[in-house]
Design a protein around this ligand. Structure first.
Ligand code: GLY
Length: 380
């Protein structure tokens, strides 16, 4: 199966995104995500953390609302989030985890569910995920599971979660056997992206998000890649978020359940996840995606599917954003780890392969051929 992402196909940059950034009052952008399982707004607006309570009132029927966060983010923003909820008449609760991927586990998931039960949460009560991808995935899966599903608001605090994980309804926890192996699709009822919250992000964490933004550019927007090469990212974060969310909206509204074109969003992820697994999750997701992008693009070049110029542009961007391109893992171990990916489809893996700048294809690669891709991506 080949699904083309660009060149006038799924989302043509010129046609779809020119003029996407139509600022409303005070730089506000609302992007509506329509899915067969309901529609919701992604609001991108500086200061919208303060609107949490008021906006939650518009979309929830809850009495109690629990803000799930990690201790680093909570120290910065939890008080404001709880005050805003209280002001809007909710009974605010909070549940904190330690920062880091290791917290996205079954134990924290069950502790959170138990706590909600002891608070007397009902089907109309709700969770707010205030944090990055780890918090969003854990809170999302708890919302998907508690009493077979309660409402969830995503309030992402990292670039990575603003542009990717907070939108589209993927929720999960990790198992000791692999990343995101247990989860559910559960769409949020609202996403509030407050770019001001990214001001406090250490450069290291912002870089993680840059890897996902570069992924969106490689997938479908030469305009975005050009901008990333020319303008410091901190200067146009709201626009970058709006562009990536717009692209993601277009994809998930066509393929909510990840059966077809949504798999394009895994560009760089198959081998990236393999690297994360091989590192025992000490390697961050963003760095793994950066190295996964480099590996699959180099493989595509070496297998004659993509021009060397595309790889050179990608390397230049990764370097410019302080992201690595070489993992140091060997082809055999990468291929073995990639075979455990949940994207395996019978005896084959759906690989997303760059074909030109801003365009990629989905290729069904039989398990025994994966080693060829891993070798081609790790050799000069
Ligand atoms: N993060 C990829 C997806 O949402 O499908």
């Amino acid at each position: 199966m080949i699904i083309d992402s660009g060149g006038g196909g799924l989302y043509n940059t010129q046609r779809t995104y020119r003029g996407l950034w139509r600022e409303g009052k005070e730089g506000v952008q609302d992007i509506r995500v329509e899915t067969p399982e309901g529609a919701y707004e992604v609001r991108i607006a500086s200061g919208c953390l303060e609107e949490l309570g008021r906006r939650a009132r518009d979309v929830l029927r809850a009495r109690q609302v629990c803000v799930v966060s990690d201790s680093r983010v909570a120290a910065l923003y939890l008080e404001r989030a709880l005050a805003s909820l209280e002001e809007a008449g909710f009974v605010p609760r909070s549940f904190l985890i330690s920062p880091g991927e290791a917290s996205k586990n079954g134990e924290n998931f069950l502790i959170l569910l138990g706590q909600m039960a002891r608070w007397g949460f009902t089907r109309t009560d709700a969770l707010v995920a205030l944090g990055g991808g780890v918090v969003g995935d854990l809170a999302g899966f708890a919302a998907a599971s508690y009493m077979r599903g309660i409402d969830l608001i995503q309030l992402p605090t990292t670039l990575l979660s603003c542009v990717d994980s907070a939108v589209g309804g993927k929720t999960a926890i990790n198992l000791p056997e692999g990343k995101n192996l247990c989860g559910a699709f559960h769409q949020p009822v609202l996403v509030l992206c407050d770019p001001e919250l990214l001001d406090s992000l250490p450069d290291e964490i912002l870089r993680e998000g840059c890897a996902e933004v570069i992924k969106y550019g490689m997938l479908g927007s030469t305009e975005l890649l050009e901008g990333l090469g020319l303008r410091p990212i901190r200067g146009w974060l709201p626009e970058i978020i709006a562009r990536c969310v717009g692209m993601k909206r277009d994809i998930v509204s066509r393929d909510l359940r990840d059966k077809g074109c949504r798999q394009l969003l895994n560009l760089g992820h198959s081998f990236g996840h393999a690297m994360e697994t091989l590192s025992g999750y000490t390697l961050s997701h963003g760095r793994a995606v950066a190295m996964g992008l480099a590996l699959i693009t180099r493989a595509s070049v070496n297998l004659g599917l993509c021009s060397r110029e595309v790889f050179a542009i990608l390397l230049e961007l990764l370097k410019g954003y302080g992201l690595p391109a070489e993992s140091g893992y060997g082809a055999a171990e990468l291929a073995r780890a990639a075979l455990r990916d949940k994207k395996m489809d019978g005896d084959a893996l759906q690989l997303v392969v760059p074909r030109s700048l801003g365009s990629a294809e989905l290729l069904r690669v039989p398990a025994e051929e994966l080693i060829t891709w891993a070798r081609s991506g790790t050799e000069p």
